[in-house]
Design a protein. Sequence first.
Lengths: 299, 288
Amino acid sequence: MSKKQPPLRAGMEGYFLLAPALIVYLLFAVYPMIDVIRMSFSSWNGLSPEARFVGLGNYRAILTQDPVFWGALWNTIWWTALAVVIPNLVSFGLALALNQNLPGRSSLRVVFYLPVIIASIAVATIWKWMYDPFFGLFNGLLMGWGLDGLIVDWLGDRKFALWSVFVAHVWQAVGFSMVLFLAGLQSVSITLIEAARIDGAGRWGVFRYVTLPALGPTITIVFVLSLINSLKAFDIVYGMTGGGPAQSTQMLAMWAYTQSMQLGVFGRGAAVSVVLLLITLVIVIPYMRWMFRREEMGK
Amino acid sequence: MKIFAQAFRPIGSNKVDPVLVALWISLILIAIIWIAPFVFIVFTSLKSTAEVMSSSAFSLPEEFAFTNFTSAWQRGNFSTTAFNGIVITVVKVPLGLFISAMAAYALAKVPMRMNKALFALFVFGTMLPFQVMLAPIFRQVNAFGLINTYPGIILPYLAFGIPYQVFILYGFFAAVPKELSEAARIDGASHFTVFRRIFLPVSLPVLSALLILDFVATWNEFAMALVILQDPDMWTLPLGLMNFQGQFSRNYGELNAAIIMTVLPAAIVYLMFQRYFVSGLTTGAVKE
């Protein structure tokens, strides 16, 4: 008897091990993605047995007739641009500070990370309560300091609502990137830092020529992850404003949901989803190629 | 104090650096801002509605109104939502990890025709945002007749959790040296046996990290549950809290008690298993 396993049998066993995960993944993640593309070319109200093919009708409708779509797209872009920059700058600063020899570092890390593990819908509820126009924290503090003139209906005023939701997002998001940056910082070689010091580099020199270049990959990862996370912003908006007032905080992910699941125009909702998926893919595909190249180079 | 004895000194220096002291003070101030919402929530949860309206935000409650918790528990139907959350989490998390680990083993260690392509298919899924396709997920679950059922929510949770776990475990399994498994294979052990006896035990630290991350993510998930669990008897805690906020938003003490009861389990798990969170996040994203 040969000691070598017959390759066919070994391969078969591999497929058996793979099957459960692959089937569930294909049925409930990949198929819905295909379905949403198909649905975006049809008209369906959620009740009738058959969807009707309408070609590009839904796309034409959302781009030309939908009074909310462009506002939601703009808000999504605004949100994404800010969410990629502001919380990550805070995270980066915190990580740099927490990487120094300071007392109580681990407790401080816990404090900044705690909001990350709290359900987004609870974060929304917490902040909605803090923004309460009458008894909330913010207006209470302003009143206490004699700044009654600055009192605002934070979530009820179109001018402030999106900013107010964004601040809550910053509070929740900072800890996540902070942990990634800290991990990146810990991999920066101490010998390299010491060598730079001996060569006369100051604090800024070490940061600019040693730390920052070493953090390159981490920065890319944080950038892409927060980009994707912002595009799918849903829970916190749903929980705080539901897209209001007057659609001023509406975003694409929620608008797709609202059209399909609440207004019963599945085709239009699907078209919005496809637009958002396309935006996501434009970011994801180059990122994945970069990751695979890195993986190959590591070998 | 003892903890300050070595602090504020940069690497390779014995002198206290004033810049580090200033940095530390600003960190403490930011931390106070970060913790303030929690303090505010806890204080409010212990006040009566009348006291919330009359007292200032950070004043201590005059009498601790613990009744807020008991009545929020009842009105918010927490016994139902907590039970559903436990059932879904206890089934989904270990099951998902097990089938992901099997798949990762097959992709990493069993020579098959399409290892690379299949792995890429899973990696693609790590970036697929389900929040964007809630309606088609609803349609698919509905096609199986599983709306308002445990399997109806568990299956899509599995589908969107598998890619990340496969991705992480693949990297880990691929790095396990061949010698460890080949001896067993030559002795005639099946791949499943090698997986169960050798690979599962050696990957215990990674598995624990993924388990805890996934526990918190599943416990907190809202958007998918919103479309699939429409019957209040099937709601999970986040759905219950959302509804509570809509119905009793002027009952401040109870609302804040409800918030605390919703977030407490995840917070406790985090505080107990902190180091796993860090390793679970960073093994995936940041490789040395």
